[in-house]
Ligand binder design. Structure first.
Ligand code: HH2
Length: 258
């Protein structure tokens, strides 16, 4: 899953792809590099990120989505928590919704997904991007994240969303410090018992910097690839990455040796 952030403030590539033209060039490049899905996000969810209004998110997103849907033959996921954005994006061809709040932020989101019949990724986080890093203590992070995801899956199935339309994601870096992220990664295969495909997002994140000592997010490519391989070896089905070519190349070698 190639990341296409059309925001001014994403933690590692904010402002780079703001125009529809630049975003389309990026999406095409990721397709050529071997991405299977393009994940378009118009609101940063990094720690401390300011909330974006629905109008602003739609203003950023829709022109880019139209252009990418018309010219890039890949499924498009939309990184949003707003039901109205999901509905508008679906009408323009989005094939997956990626909600870091697991359909909790917007009370209309669960109904929207059920009504549209569109697949959705349910991610674990606590609080909001503005306060989530004040809430990083867990009694047992693996058990608590697993219980949360299990419950969200059950809620979705009870709302009429087919189980095979669901993805789960432990939410690395969302209300988690290095210890919690590392514990979750080490026990990623514990989430397999939920029997829903696993998506992980580790790319360029703070934990990669903390483990590698690399300060600048955009220079954490090798560390991000290493983490992606680890996650795949522990059961991840989709890795959400900024550096598609490097990750695809590493996965091809990994698969060739497995
Ligand atoms: N499912 C899922 N979605 C996500 N969306 C955004 C980010 C944050 O990364 P990025 O989009 O690069 O940064 P920003 O939120 O600042 O745009 N991480 C995840 C993740 O780990 N999993």
């Amino acid at each position: 899953m190639g990341v296409l952030n059309i925001t001014p403030d994403s933690f590692s590539d904010g402002g780079t792809y703001l125009s529809a033209d630049a975003a389309l060039v990026r999406a095409k490049r990721m397709w050529e590099e071997g991405a299977d899905i393009i994940d378009i996000g118009a609101e940063s969810t990094r720690p401390g990120a300011p909330a974006v209004t629905q109008e602003e998110e739609l203003r950023r997103l829709l022109p880019v989505l139209e252009a990418v849907a018309a010219e890039v033959p890949l499924p498009i996921s939309i990184d949003t928590s707003k039901a109205a954005v999901m509905r508008a994006a679906w009408s323009l061809g989005a094939g997956l919704m990626n909600d870091v709040t697991a359909l909790r932020a917007d009370p209309l989101a669960l109904e929207a997904i059920a009504g549209l019949g569109v697949p959705v990724c349910l991610m674990h986080m606590r609080g909001t991007p503005q306060n989530m890093q004040e809430n990083t203590h867990y009694r047992d992070v693996v058990a608590e994240v697993k219980d949360f995801l299990f419950e969200r899956v059950a809620q979705c199935v009870a709302a009429g969303i087919p189980r095979h339309h669901l993805l789960i994601d432990p939410g690395f870096g969302f209300a988690k410090d290095l210890e919690a992220n590392r514990t979750l990664l080490r026990h990623l295969d514990d989430l397999a018992s939920i029997k829903v495909p696993l998506l992980v997002g580790l790319s360029r994140k703070r934990m990669i910097g903390e483990l590698s000592g690399v300060e600048s997010a955009s220079e954490r490519v090798a560390g991000s690839v290493a983490a992606a391989l680890w996650a795949v070896s522990r059961g991840a089905c989709i890795v959400r990455v900024h550096d598609v070519a490097e990750t695809v190349q590493a996965l091809r070698v990994w698969r060739g040796l497995s």
